[in-house]
Write a protein that binds this ligand. Structure first.
Ligand SMILES: [Zn+2]
Length: 423
């Protein structure tokens, strides 16, 4: 870490998300590109599976890998799938790269086995560029290979003093509208804090976050209201006749509400993680086994709503940008059961118990605050493993389809400081 008071300059990666104004031809072309990306993913997944079983039957045959699959598709697409040629050549390539990344996440134990993408169940998205120099921006116009100029709703927000360098662009449709997620490398400077302040943060289901200083953050209130509305819409959707006009209309309504819920959740998380990163020089959190908890159906809804992975991802890169550090406690550390006053471990403490009294020293504890204090204390202790994590090591949101988060060339930092442009 840098010396007190000295300004630190670095290059970081960030993502600007902009709504696009497309004409009818572009709208159709975008849909086709998203279809080609989906087809390429499914094609490669199918080949991956059969090549893997072939390899298991005969070890002399190679294991599947994404680079070989890209070459394979490239060699046959002109003759077998000529309709693919209308999309930028990067579209199928990047889709297969995404599949490779999804398998990497799976083998590392942080994501599920990749699935085939069904047309009506996956988000329409594709990446038309092959990296820096293959697309450009002039004012409010974005030039994509083969597709040409597309109008953006706003300028790229980074001025020339930050020397923005375009890295990649991902196009996706959300609730009927097209967006571009533009990954940009920019100059970033900060002055490290003179004093060290460590915070422990307990992530929960009742409250989104409880801090070791006693503060609690509930998730955004409007989230619950909108979730109830969503459940109602989904029930009425199920009653509508298949293939009918009403069903299509209610599907569009549901998609719109899903988008709103995502935005509310994202806003709440950004506010919380920004506040934490500004206040603390180090934050200690638990390594939650989210995949294990997801198997528990009662907890899973609340947890995915709270976005633990997203919380950790945002906090990690925001702390790093300000010279701070995120530390993760060992998964088996019993942060809730240990008395933060005398270090005695309580025998049992069911999830329903929100406050308790230590049998040894008589200290009264709020369950979550006590856990947060224990996590904070871990930062200074030598007898328990607390691992600092970097933004690059952090897990993604788990859908294996987030091609915009790549480490910057100069420094291993990243983040997607997404600016929502939807209404
Ligand atoms: Zn005690």
């Amino acid at each position: 870490m840098a010396l007190d008071g000295a300004m630190v300059s670095t290059r970081i990666m960030t993502v600007h998300r902009v709504a696009l104004d497309v004409n009818k031809t572009q709208d159709e072309l975008f849909s086709q590109c998203a279809g080609i990306a989906r087809f390429s993913w499914n094609w490669a997944l199918d080949r991956w599976k059969s090549q893997y079983s072939a390899h298991r039957a005969d070890n002399a045959l190679p294991k599947p890998n994404e680079a070989a699959l890209r070459r394979e598709l490239n060699a046959i697409k002109g003759t077998e799938y000529p309709w693919m040629l209308q999309a930028p050549k990067a579209v199928p390539q990047q889709a297969i790269k995404n599949l490779g990344a999804a398998f990497k996440g799976f083998f590392a134990g942080r994501a599920r086995y990749p699935n085939f993408k069904a047309k009506d169940r996956c988000r329409e998205s594709f990446r038309p560029d092959n990296g820096p120099g293959t697309f450009r921006i002039e004012g409010r116009r974005l030039k994509l290979p083969r597709i040409g100029w597309v109008r953006m709703r706003e300028d790229l927000r980074f001025g020339p003093d930050r020397e923005p360098a375009l890295k990649s662009v991902t196009i996706s449709r959300e609730a009927g509208r097209w967006f571009a997620a533009i990954a940009v490398e920019i100059n970033h400077s900060f002055t490290p804090r003179p004093d060290e302040e460590v915070l422990g943060v307990d992530l929960g289901v009742t409250d989104l976050a409880t801090l070791s200083d006693g503060r609690k953050f509930a998730g955004p209130k409007s989230l619950g209201r909108n979730l109830k509305r969503l459940a109602r819409l989904q029930r009425s959707h199920a009653r509508k006749a298949k293939g009918g006009k009403n069903r299509a209309r209610s599907r569009a309504k549901i998609a719109k509400l899903h988008a709103r819920i995502r935005n509310i959740r994202q806003d709440g998380l950004h506010k919380l993680t920004t506040g934490l990163a500004r206040k603390a020089s180090a934050v200690v959190i638990e390594d939650l086994n989210v995949r294990g908890m997801m198997a528990n159906r009662h907890l899973s809804r609340a947890i995915s709503d709270m976005g633990f992975y997203e919380f950790r991802r945002q906090l990690s890169y925001k702390l790093e940008r300000l010279g701070g550090a995120l530390m993760v406690a060992d998964r088996f550390y019993a942060s809730s059961k240990i008395c933060s006053a005398c270090n005695t471990k309580a025998e049992t403490l069911p999830l329903s118990v929100r406050s308790w009294t230590c049998a040894n020293c008589g200290a009264q504890h709020d369950r979550d605050v006590n856990a947060a204090i224990n996590l904070k204390n871990l930062a200074g202790s030598e007898d328990f493993a607390v691992r600092p994590v970097t933004a690059c090591g952090a897990e993604g949101s788990g859908d294996g389809n987030d091609p915009v988060t790549k480490p910057a060339a100069s420094k291993q930092e990243l983040g997607s400081d997404q600016k929502r442009s939807s209404p």
